[in-house]
Write a protein that binds this ligand. Structure first.
Ligand code: AMP
Length: 280
C-alpha cells in the first residue's frame, strides 16, 4: 500500500498541476464547460488518494480481555479476507524485539495498564497502509480509548473512509478470570486455546496442561501463556476496560455497534458474529 500511496499521490499531484496550467491558459473563470471539468479533477482525486478500488471493509472486534476476540478473529479473517490487526500482538512483538516502542510499552503492559494513545495510534496508522489491508482490516484491541477512536476516525476520514461495524463480545467479568488463566496461545499465528474450553489436540484427556502437551494444532509448535494473563493483572485490565474502553462503544453509537452474548459455546457465538459481519 505504501507504494500505491505514492503512485496515486503523484497522479493526483499531476492532475492538480495540469488543471492549474489549464486554468492559467484558459483565461476567465468558467469560460468553457471543458475547463470547468479540468479544474474539478484534483478535488475529485484527493479523497481516494490512498484507497484504490472498492471501499475497504473496516471493522472493530470489541470486548474485554478473554471475551474470545483471538478465538473468533481467524474465522472473520477467512470470511472477509481481511487481516486481524491486534495492537496487543504488535506491542508484544515490539517488546520481544526490544525496539524503542517495546521498551516504552513494557512496564504498562506488565501492569495491565494502557500504553499511550500516541504509540498505538502511530502503530495502527502505519499498519493499515500495508498491502494486505487493501480490502480492509479487523481491528482487535484498538481503539481502546475515545481519544484513540477519534484519531482513528481522523486518519480514515482523510481517505473518505470510516469504521463500518463494531462487533462487541459480551462476557460478565466473573467468567473472565477462568478464561484468561487457562489461555494458551500460538505466538506466530495468534491462534488461541483454552485448557478446558478449547484444548489443543495434543493435550491428552484428563492430563494437566504442561508445556509438553500444549502444541498448536496446525504447526505442532509449542504454545505459550502470556505474562499478563494472571488474576492480578486482570484486575487492572478490567478496570481499564470499563473506565476507558467501554465509552468507545458510545462513540460509534448503536447504528454501528452490535452486541453478541459471548458467554456461550463457540458455535453459538460464531453464528451471531457471522451474522453481524455480513457485508453488502
Ligand atoms: P491485548 O492483547 O489486546 O489484551 O493487549 C495487551 C496489552 O497491550 C494491554 O493490556 C495494554 O497494555 C496494551 N495495549 C494493547 N492495545 C492497546 C491500545 N489500543 N491502547 C493502549 N494499550 C494497548
Amino acid at each position: 500500500m505504501g507504494q500505491k500511496f505514492s503512485v496515486v499521490a503523484v497522479v493526483a499531484a499531476g492532475a492538480a498541476a495540469a488543471a492549474h496550467v489549464a486554468s492559467k491558459a484558459g483565461g476567465s473563470p468558467g469560460s468553457s464547460p471543458k475547463k470547468a471539468e479540468e479544474t474539478e479533477k484534483p478535488t475529485a482525486a484527493e479523497p481516494e488518494a490512498a484507497v484504490a478500488g472498492p471501499a475497504r471493509k473496516i471493522m472493530i472486534l470489541f470486548g474485554p480481555p478473554g471475551a474470545g476476540k483471538g478465538t473468533h478473529a481467524p474465522k472473520i479473517e477467512a470470511k472477509l479476507q481481511t487481516p486481524q490487526l491486534s495492537t496487543g500482538d504488535m506491542l508484544r512483538a515490539a517488546v520481544a524485539a526490544g525496539t524503542a516502542v517495546g521498551k516504552q510499552a513494557k512496564a504498562a503492559m506488565d501492569a495491565g495498564a494502557l500504553v499511550t494513545d500516541d504509540i498505538v495510534c502511530g502503530i495502527i496508522a502505519d499498519r493499515i497502509k500495508e498491502p494486505d489491508c487493501t480490502s480492509g482490516f479487523i481491528l482487535d484491541g484498538f481503539p481502546r480509548t475515545v481519544e484513540q477512536a477519534k484519531k482513528l476516525d481522523e486518519v480514515l476520514a482523510k481517505n473518505g473512509e470510516a469504521v463500518a461495524k463494531v462487533v462487541e463480545l459480551r462476557v460478565p467479568d466473573a467468567v473472565l478470570e477462568e478464561r484468561i488463566c487457562g489461555r494458551w496461545v500460538h505466538k506466530a499465528s495468534g491462534r488461541s486455546y483454552h485448557v478446558k474450553f478449547n484444548p489443543p489436540k495434543s493435550l491428552p484427556k484428563g492430563k494437566k496442561a504442561k508445556p509438553k502437551y500444549m502444541l498448536d494444532d496446525l504447526t505442532k509448535e509449542p504454545l505459550m501463556q502470556r505474562s499478563d494473563d494472571t488474576a492480578e493483572a486482570l484486575v487492572s485490565r478490567l478496570k481499564a476496560y470499563h473506565a476507558q474502553t467501554v465509552p468507545v462503544l458510545q462513540h460509534y453509537g448503536a447504528g454501528k455497534a452490535v452486541g453478541v452474548d459471548a458467554n456461550r459455546g463457540l458455535d453459538a457465538v460464531w453464528a451471531d458474529i457471522d451474522a453481524a459481519t455480513e457485508w453488502d
